[in-house]
Design a protein around this ligand. Structure first.
Ligand code: AHG
Ligand code: MN
Ligand code: MN
Length: 338
């Protein structure tokens, strides 16, 4: 039998890797872990109970239909994080403005958390993998006062931790604190996350490309050229690549992280800033992929170097195996692919 390490033990043993005071990370991550367990139990019975499936009839600030589970998860994560001393506020895809906690931790908490409570909302009703994405930053405004928007508008390179919870054929938490990426699988019979994927590294080259190709006619000429390249027959470079697109970035990302591949959500002629949100979708994924040895860019620059100006701003993203992202960049810059 392999060594059994729980996520709780792992975090305590490795909290020296966290650049700040001991205990803070374990408390914060344990709040996320607890919410993950509640989510796991709810999602597993989503088809059986009315209050979890379907739409609410409202739209979020981005004009997207809100599902019951989007709002349930939003409230759950806010409640779980508010209960910890470390967090002074959160930003969420489902909240127009930042939520600043009006309790003791609202003034003294050192961290802000940004979340996409449910990624892949359109897949909830069809029993396909969904998840939760989170990014954690240290606040930059002085402790002792309520936090403010600037604490949330930090570039991704300032993240102190990031990760996701994926509700797939099993439930996993994958996270980084800037010292590699580790994955933990949930055993629902016992209620514990165990270290199952230590020190994840993405293969330098993969053979999977993931993009919503239905938007092809809206793509730039250089992206169309790259898609054509993915389909060409060239056994020496593993082409043609396999096309895989689930429609939950978390699930597409997780598969590509383990197998090697590239996930793309480009800017298009009808959505010039792309679709995905920089602060709580792209930055955490970019931090994870870099920590796993891969790359994330918007076609022009590293995702984590983008200086945000708005809470819900969008960006194009190309993320995955380093060689594949470099090839994409070469097409973008019209250079030879090597
Ligand atoms: P969310 O459910 O948080 O709104 O995110 C959905 C995102 C992402 O998960 C997914 O990859 C992408 O939207 C799918 O978009 P398309 O349907 O346009 O391909
Ligand atoms: Mn999302
Ligand atoms: Mn979402």
């Amino acid at each position: 039998m392999k060594d059994i390490i729980t996520m709780g033990e792992f975090v305590i043993k490795n909290q020296g890797d966290f650049p700040y005071a001991k205990g803070e990370l374990s408390s914060l991550l344990s709040a996320l872990r607890l919410a993950a367990k509640v989510m796991n139990s709810q999602i597993n019975k989503a088809g059986l109970v009315d209050h979890l499936l379907g739409s609410v009839g409202t739209q979020n600030i981005q004009g997207e239909e809100q599902k019951k589970l989007d709002l349930y998860a939003n409230e759950l994560f806010i409640k779980a994080l508010k209960a910890r001393d470390q967090v002074c506020g959160i930003a969420s895809e489902e909240e127009e403005k930042v939520v600043l906690f009006e309790n003791e931790s609202g003034v003294n908490g050192k961290y802000v958390v940004l979340i996409d409570p449910i990624d892949g909302s359109s897949n909830i009703e069809v029993n396909v993998s969904i998840g939760t994405i989170f990014a954690i930053y240290r606040r930059i405004t002085p402790i002792g006062k309520p936090a403010s928007l600037e604490d949330f508008l930090q570039p991704g390179n300032k993240q102190v931790a990031a990760g996701y919870i994926i509700f797939g054929s099993s439930t996993m938490i994958v996270f980084t604190t800037g010292n590699g990426v580790n994955g933990f699988t949930y055993d629902p019979a016992i209620g514990v996350f165990y270290l199952s994927h230590p020190n994840i590294k993405i293969p330098e080259k993969g053979k999977i490309y993931s993009i919503n190709e239905g938007n092809y006619e809206y793509f730039s000429p250089s992206l169309k050229d790259y898609i054509h390249y993915c389909k060409q027959i060239d056994p020496a470079t593993n082409r043609p690549y396999a096309g895989r697109y689930i429609g939950s970035m978390i699930a597409d990302f997780h598969r590509n992280l383990l197998k090697g591949g590239i996930y793309m959500y480009p800017a298009t002629s009808d959505a010039p800033k792309g679709k995905l949100r920089l602060l709580y979708e792209c930055n955490p994924m970019a931090f994870l992929i870099e920590q796993a040895g891969g790359k994330a860019c918007d076609g022009e620059q590293r995702i984590m170097d983008i200086v945000p100006t708005e809470l819900h701003e969008r960006t194009a993203i190309f993320v995955g195996s380093s060689k594949m992202v470099e090839d994409l960049e070469a097409f973008h810059n019209k250079k030879e692919v090597g």
